[in-house]
Design a binder for this molecule. Structure first.
Ligand code: HEC
Ligand code: HEC
Ligand code: HEC
Ligand code: HEC
Length: 418
């Protein structure tokens, strides 16, 4: 189903790429992938060159997986880089974590005789997108709590589990295809209209799903369903396709991506999303009856989801929050000195005998190129700091935006001479 530009059609304020129509965006994406120019990198989201699922491939190929797990799968030498990390994922936070832990990681690689991985810009972009998205993945839920919810939310009045329970809906221990938490959410959404009608008849209030409830319900059903295939969880979502889904399913008619109110609430970046995919799905479901009424009033047929569409849609909403940190070049100049970068690169990052110039070379840095530089040149930097008896310069998350603004600011001729 596709919806043409409606009066309510809105475009986001800070476009990643969405400053143009979708068709154009795709064309431009191809252009970006081919041209790889710095300028396009600066203007468009790192997600464009960066499909999180492909990042999972980089994570394995470059050997990160030998030392790190992501959400429980992988090595245990270094920390699990998935959801267990305490901090909320931002691009700056991920880059800062890599930067600060790099020397210990290199020492470890040296002692284990593992070669240093070398990453291109695109590989780094994919890798970081993967790590970012993996922090929104739902960890296995609590089946016992799910069992309680199945009763308290009234599911049991209509659904049986292996013969025990209601007969109005299908026996959920024998429904195929409920393999992943998002597939489960998708089926709930797709059948919500019919369920809602049945609930009204029985006087059951439409359930609201808070926190991890939906995930716990899934855990319970999965444990009860012999056909479900629990091995299929990975880092989900193709944000680029999700953008298409968002438009095709009419979400854009009612939900702005700018921070403006529409018929429904905005998904602009001023509004925080809940932590995980299923929590976003839970919001959709909880608000389903009111959305349905709003759709009926506008003669929009209720969208149904297939395959990975819902996953991609949610990944798209998270990708809008995956933005370059902003900063001030003036603060960045001070940070560059405070963190000790200037001791080797010079006050103005103009370069010295021991380290190369970082400014005035026509190069534009963003978080990804900073991380790429770390993987590519960091070991040389580390050796130089050991030679000079300096400790490794550690960064705070808030530094990244300021440092980048400083490195990208034009070189002031007077300052560079002194
Ligand atoms: C030889 C083992 C090894 C390999 C290979 C390795 N790492 Fe690490 N990594 C570590 C160790 C050990 C730490 C913890 C360092 C510390 O405690 O300061 C770490 C820390 C990190 C951190 C910081 C985690 C945090 O939030 O505290 C990130 C991010 C990271 N590694 C990413 C990567 C990526 C990406 C790759 C692949 C390109 C990789 N690592 C390859 C051993 C490794
Ligand atoms: C009033 C009765 C009723 C209640 C209460 C109810 N359901 Fe349903 N459910 C149905 C019916 C009827 C269908 C089939 C709808 C259709 O064919 O579109 C269904 C379909 C489903 C499906 C899709 C099955 C498939 O074939 O893919 C899932 C999953 C599901 N329900 C889960 C739940 C959960 C979880 C709850 C509790 C939060 C719940 N249902 C509460 C009646 C109900
Ligand atoms: C016809 C208008 C309309 C369409 C189309 C629509 N929604 Fe909504 N949506 C609403 C309204 C109105 C609400 C607020 C409902 C309420 O207050 O319970 C809402 C609420 C939501 C919420 C909960 C928001 C919150 O702040 O808690 C989510 C998530 C959501 N919609 C997602 C979607 C997605 C995804 C699509 C496309 C598949 C979509 N909506 C399509 C009107 C719409
Ligand atoms: C102990 C000296 C030293 C310190 C301190 C230092 N660097 Fe470096 N840096 C180097 C050296 C040496 C290289 C070149 C390494 C190589 O190519 O092997 C380098 C390379 C780089 C590069 C890659 C340049 C390129 O050609 O793309 C970047 C970016 C960079 N440093 C940023 C920083 C930042 C930001 C800081 C502060 C947080 C910092 N450096 C602190 C010595 C240092």
């Amino acid at each position: 189903m596709s919806v043409d530009r409606q009066p309510g059609f809105r475009l986001p304020a800070q476009p990643l790429v969405w400053g143009v129509s979708a068709g154009l965006a795709l064309l431009m994406l191809t252009g970006i992938l081919i041209s790889q120019r710095d300028e396009t990198r600066r203007r468009f989201s790192v997600f464009l060159a960066a499909n999180p699922a492909q990042g999972g491939g980089v994570f394995r190929e470059k050997g990160c997986v030998n030392c790190h797990a992501v959400n429980g799968r992988g090595g245990t030498v270094g920390p699990d880089l998935g959801r267990k990390r305490p901090d909320r994922a931002t691009l700056a936070q991920l880059v800062t974590a890599m930067w600060n832990h790099a020397p210990k990681m290199w020492d470890r690689m040296r002692s284990e005789k593992v070669p240093y991985p070398s990453l291109t810009y695109d590989e780094t972009a994919r890798l970081v997108a993967y790590l970012y998205m993996s922090r929104h993945v739902d960890l296995p839920g609590n089946a016992q709590h799910g069992n309680q919810l199945f009763q308290s939310k009234g599911c049991i009045r209509c659904h049986a589990i292996d013969g025990k329970g209601g007969r109005i809906g299908p026996d959920l221990a024998h429904v195929p295809g409920l393999d992943s938490p998002v597939a489960f959410t998708r089926e709930l959404w797709n059948h919500a209209s019919a369920m809602q009608a049945g609930m009204e008849k029985l006087g059951i209030t439409w359930p609201h799903f808070e926190g991890h409830e939906l995930n716990d319900l899934f855990a319970y059903l999965q444990a009860a369903n012999p056909q479900s295939n629990p091995g299929s969880a990975g880092v989900p979502g193709d944000p680029e396709h999700g953008w298409k889904v968002f438009q095709d399913k009419a979400c854009m008619t009612c939900h702005s991506l700018k921070d403006e109110e529409g018929v429904g609430p905005s998904f602009g970046t001023n509004r925080t999303l809940p932590d995980t995919f299923l929590q976003v799905g839970g919001l959709m479901l909880s608000h389903s009856p009111k959305m349905q009424r709003a759709m009926e009033a506008r003669q929009i047929s209720r969208p149904q989801f297939e395959g990975e569409e819902m996953t991609d849609l949610i990944a798209f909403l998270y990708s809008l929050r995956y933005t370059e940190p902003a900063g001030s070049p003036h603060v960045g100049e001070s940070v560059f000195a405070w963190r000790g970068c200037s001791r080797c690169h010079g006050d103005q990052a103009q370069g010295t005998k021991v380290a190369p110039a970082l400014r005035g070379r026509g190069q534009n840095y963003n978080s990804i190129s900073l991380a790429t530089a770390l993987w590519r040149h960091g070991n040389g930097m580390y050796r130089q700091s050991q030679k000079m008896g300096l400790s490794w310069p550690t960064l705070a998350e808030g530094d990244v935006g300021d440092l980048l603004a400083f490195l990208n600011s034009p070189v002031n001729a007077r300052a560079a001479r002194k």
